[in-house]
Write a protein that binds this ligand. Structure first.
Ligand code: NAP
Ligand code: MG
Length: 500
């Protein structure tokens, strides 16, 4: 993928992207300065709706990561470390305001770069602002405790930032994931170095430009674009970090955790899932129906918390299958900027990966229904048809492995015990949805599902920034979002004073 500045630009889409940008995407942000990568090299920026090259980003590497971590350290040990929580909150609030002012431009950048339908990318821009607002408000409400102890002692805890946080973000929700990491890290008083995904870096650069405009001091937020195996690996292995957070695949997460282990630093991993959506016979099916499909199709199924397994009790199974199949036949994939149900997948690589799963499913399972691709969509865009498989054995690869595309499997079950066994029967455990009117069953399921979030008679609740989020098992560990994330970005110091 690496190229020099001679990469061929797709003229039309290039002009479209360039006309939106108010910063130079071939620069990285280190110590408040926009500079070229030390290598002088760049990488192409692709529009997944057309396969055209729209521009370039810098190919940062180990030397840039070194400089970024050093800048973050200076900021943390300098003025930023002495900034009051109220001031940090004010800067984050200013960033939120500027994000909202530029929401449409940010949404267009994301639609062009990631292939996300415009209404979804606009939602991501607003979510970025919400993370900034939420953590702006939380910054001066982070407190330690006093602990009753022996006579003659006063004991209290201080909640302190770790120092320099490394944040590695994936390509599927760049604005939301940069927002939840950076806003929480900065609210707690850390400085940070961010490595966005090679395929989706432009909106993170835009966010960094906004942070500079809002008056965030130099070195507090540094952004180094580049390849995962170069800039990403250099960041995760850097001995100058005090905390690492990663969202992405299990395989890369395992490398990240090993690197954090060598440096003995805390690490938060959010590694996706195979989340179940469980429908009991006694549910309000009309209410459940739209979410059964919608909770997977958002972002063309490239969502860590996508409801990819739909478990349906026997009494409703045929009806759910028929109604979902009808909905699937209406799902249209097309260019992101046109606001179709589904945009393209992020890359040719991801399309191959998902198509391979669909072919495997077609060879071994029954297809209940497929969606379509708009006739005028570019043949070079990375589109796939939404595909629903039915009567899928719970141990089939399509019911066990994360596909990360618009593919769902329908699995019938007889009773609560079987639903639980199937739901908990993967290596993952991120979120689960349960549809039932039985209050006792709601409570039993909520307790026994091995996941980080349970939704009762809904799924995802609009992804609220207030709701602690993270997984168990191969879905990862540590919690992002909500107040809980601030615990991860801080450490406790216990102060014990003997005064007689
Ligand atoms: P990935 O390799 O895990 O990428 C995630 C992030 O890690 C990106 O910023 C990537 O940079 C970086 N990275 C890659 N190799 C690295 C390394 N050796 N050291 C440090 N950082 C590294 O994911 P992917 O290959 O793009 O996607 C593959 C699969 O992962 C998907 O099909 C999906 O199943 C899963 N996934 C899950 C999530 C989620 O939200 N949980 C998000 C994305 C993907 P580059 O992109 O620049 O290489
Ligand atoms: Mg792109």
């Amino acid at each position: 993928m690496a190229s020099d500045s001679t990469a061929t630009l797709d003229k039309a889409s290039s002009t479209e992207l360039q006309s939106i940008l108010w910063f130079d995407p071939t620069r990285i942000l280190i110590d408040g300065q926009w500079r070229a990568a030390a290598s002088g090299q760049v990488l192409p920026v692709e529009n997944p709706s057309t396969g055209g090259i729209m521009g370039q980003i810098a190919r940062g590497g180990a030397a840039d990561i070194d400089a970024a971590v050093a800048a973050a350290r200076r900021a943390f040990e300098g003025p930023w470390g002495r900034t009051t929580a109220t001031e940090r909150g004010r800067i984050l609030m200013k960033m939120a305001e500027l994000v909202l002012q530029r929401a449409e431009a940010l949404a267009m950048i994301e639609a062009l770069d990631v292939g996300k339908p415009l209404h979804q990318s606009l939602n991501d821009a607003k979510a970025l602002a919400r993370y900034l607002e939420f953590y702006a408000g939380a910054a001066d409400k982070l407190m330690g405790t006093t602990i009753p102890y022996q006579h003659g002692f006063t004991v209290y805890t201080l909640r302190e930032p770790h120092g320099v946080a490394g944040i590695i973000i994936p390509w599927n929700y760049p604005m939301q994931i940069a927002g939840r990491g950076v806003a929480a890290a900065l609210a707690a008083g850390n400085s940070c170095v961010v490595k966005p995904a090679e395929d989706a870096s432009v909106s993170t650069l835009a966010f960094a430009a906004i942070a500079m405009e809002a008056g965030l001091p130099a070195g507090v937020l540094n952004v180094v674009t580049g390849l995962g195996t170069e800039a990403g690996a250099a960041l995760s292995e850097h001995p100058g970090l005090n905390h690492l957070s990663f969202t992405g695949s299990v395989a890369t997460g395992q490398r990240i955790q090993a690197a954090a282990g060598r440096n003995v630093i805390p690490v938060t991993l959010e590694l996706g899932g195979k989340s179940p959506h469980i429908v009991f016979d006694d549910c309000d099916l009309d209410q459940a129906m739209p979410t059964l499909v919608g909770a997977c199709m958002q972002n063309a199924g490239q969502t860590c918390s996508a409801a990819t397994r739909v478990l349906v009790q026997r009494g409703l199974y045929d009806e759910v299958k028929r109604r979902m199949a009808d909905m699937y036949r209406g799902l249209v994939a097309g260019p992101a900027a046109d606001g179709c149900d589904l945009g393209p997948l992020i890359s040719a690589r991801q399309k191959n990966r998902v198509s391979h799963y669909i072919e495997l499913g077609k060879a071994e399972l029954s297809v209940a229904a497929e969606g379509s691709i708009r006739a005028d969509a570019s043949a070079d865009g990375h589109f796939v048809r939404a595909t629903l498989f039915s009567e899928v054995p719970p141990d089939h690869r399509l019911a066990q492995e994360e596909i990360f595309g618009p593919v769902q499997v329908l699995i019938p079950f007889e009773d609560e015990a079987e639903a639980l066994r199937i739901a908990n029967g993967t290596v993952y455990g991120l979120i689960a949805g349960v549809w039932t009117r039985d209050g006792g069953r709601q409570m039993r399921m909520a307790r026994q599902l091995n996941v980080g979030q349970v939704y009762l008679n809904n799924y995802g609740a609009g992804g609220g920034v207030e709701l602690p989020f993270g997984g168990v098992g191969h879905s990862g560990h540590g919690r992002e979002k909500g107040f809980e994330a601030l615990n991860g970005f801080t450490r406790i110091k216990t102060v014990t004073a003997r005064h007689g």
